[in-house]
Ligand binder design. Structure first.
Ligand SMILES: NC(=O)C1=CN([C@@H]2O[C@H](COP(=O)(O)OP(=O)(O)OC[C@H]3O[C@@H](n4cnc5c(N)ncnc54)[C@H](OP(=O)(O)O)[C@@H]3O)[C@@H](O)[C@H]2O)C=CC1
Ligand SMILES: O=C(O)CCC(=O)C(=O)O
Length: 411
């Protein structure tokens, strides 16, 4: 079952629990708009390269559509569609006034030079500029994109529409980005982990962790979990995985990577099989890379008692069922990684206000949103007698359904 089928299945299950009318279900499931554009750029050597870009705008009943743009070779229409739908439920769970969208370009960013990436981003923006906007659809970074990508989108968009800082979030601070946005998804993962462990009378400082992915989300989650006293016993990225049962010195590892070092030559840990990472002994597993990494091949072997979904859709449907039978508690993506979009919302608000918050306020407000959403999910789990994923889905779907019904359909 691909990501779209799995996400739609979770939606239908939530809609059934909520007793939503089948016509409303259909209206909520089908995306508002799917955009597919051809992006041809001259490469540095003068040859031409053509890429396909996507933006799926899933739902806008609660506000402007919101979601990241991914640069990755596996980007395809179904995946972008699933991720856009997840954004609709995520913004509703987080209680930020947005709908959901997601974009992507099928490319391998590591194989493109900085100027090729800039040209590609500008061409993509030219193709979609009249369909995004501060009050319609606000992109942000995702896998393979970052603050620089957002700066190029802002610049290109502003050529058509005038200076519009609130058209993208996750921007560099010097261009109106928010303090704390870079760390926000990882910080949200840490707050979510804290909330779940406290609920089970456990703590970050008393737990061992395995983290997959050391990009924006994984590296911040690792730093902040380490700061809270969590023992990170194994980590992995696209090049492989390393472990140290006494705990990896995360600041030393980050310094090593920032100086160009790779995981396998880090002195403070031993190299392990990458395939073993997700089934390594630990209390808490935090996937922060690709979708579908927990599946029927490895779910039965997972040793963790808790999974915090830093990535989007890291657990496929079969794995979800296997993990549930094993008693593994899964904190779902649409809550666990919502810190990014929550602080994106703060960034958008600051841009509209023309006022900058200090970082302490950003982090304090983020913690409040994460705590409230966790409480709301728990309440839903109780009233619907369901697990955390269904608790989050019913919470999100219910809020979107209510907004849709209130707006009505009169022409
Ligand atoms: N950025 C954000 O604000 C948000 C991101 N997310 C989700 O979090 C996940 C990660 O996003 P983000 O951190 O931004 O992306 P990045 O591109 O910053 O980092 C991705 C990380 O995943 C690693 N990786 C890629 N492929 C593999 C693989 N096959 N096996 C192991 N590791 C791999 C990369 O390795 P290497 O370092 O070697 O390249 C990198 O460390 C995605 O699912 C994204 O949708 C969710 C909410 C918000
Ligand atoms: O910050 C945002 O607007 C969206 C981040 C995102 O793409 C996600 O939460 O998956």
């Amino acid at each position: 079952m691909n990501a779209l089928a799995a996400t739609s299945r979770n939606f239908r299950q939530a809609a059934r629990l909520l007793g939503l009318d089948s016509k409303l279900q259909k209206s909520l499931l089908i995306p508002l708009r799917e955009i597919k554009v051809e992006c041809t750029i001259p490469k540095d050597d003068g040859s031409l390269a053509t890429f396909v870009g996507f933006r799926v705008q899933h739902d806008n009943s609660r506000g402007p559509m919101k979601g990241g743009i991914r640069y990755h070779p596996e980007v395809d229409p179904d995946e972008v569609n699933a991720l856009a739908q997840l954004m609709t439920w995520k913004t509703a769970v987080a209680a930020v006034p947005y709908g959901g969208a997601k974009g992507g370009i099928g490319c391998t960013p590591g194989e493109l030079s900085r100027s090729e990436l800039e040209r590609l981003t500008r061409v993509f923006t030219q193709k979609i500029h009249d369909l995004i906007g501060t009050n319609t659809d606000v992109p942000a970074p995702d896998m393979g994109t970052n603050a620089q990508t957002m700066a190029w989108i802002l610049d290109e968009y502003s050529k058509f529409h005038g200076h519009s800082p609130a058209v993208v979030t996750g921007k560099p601070i010097d261009l109106g980005g928010s303090l704390g946005r870079d760390a926000a998804t990882g910080r949200g993962v840490m707050y979510a982990t804290e909330a779940l462990l406290t609920e089970h009378a456990e703590s970050i400082s008393g737990s061992t962790f395995v983290i997959q992915g050391l990009g924006n989300v994984g590296s911040w989650a690792a730093k902040l979990i380490h700061q809270k006293g969590g023992k990170i016993v194994a980590v992995g990225d696209v090049t492989g995985a390393i472990r140290n049962k006494s705990g990896i010195d995360i600041p030393a590892l980050m310094k090593h990577r920032s100086e160009g070092g790779s995981l396998k030559d880090f002195y403070g840990a031993e190299v392990m099989e990458a395939a073993e990472l997700l089934v390594h002994e630990c209390d808490v597993l935090v996937p922060c890379a690709l979708g579908g990494v927990l599946n029927r091949e490895n779910a039965a072997e997972v040793k963790a008692r808790f999974i915090i979904e830093g990535a989007n859709h890291p657990t496929d449907t079969e794995a979800d069922e296997i993990l549930a039978k094993k008693g593994v508690i899964v904190l779902p993506d649409i809550y666990a990684n919502s810190g990014g979009v929550v602080v994106s919302y703060f960034e958008w608000v600051q841009n509209i206000q023309g006022f900058m918050w200090d970082e302490e306020k950003v982090n304090r407000e983020l913690q409040k949103y994460m705590k409230n959403a966790f409480q709301n999910i728990k309440d839903m789990c109780k009233s619907q007698n369901c697990n955390l994923r269904m608790g989050a889905f019913t919470l999100g779907v219910n809020r979107v359904a209510k907004a849709t019904l209130l707006r009505g359909w009169e022409a």
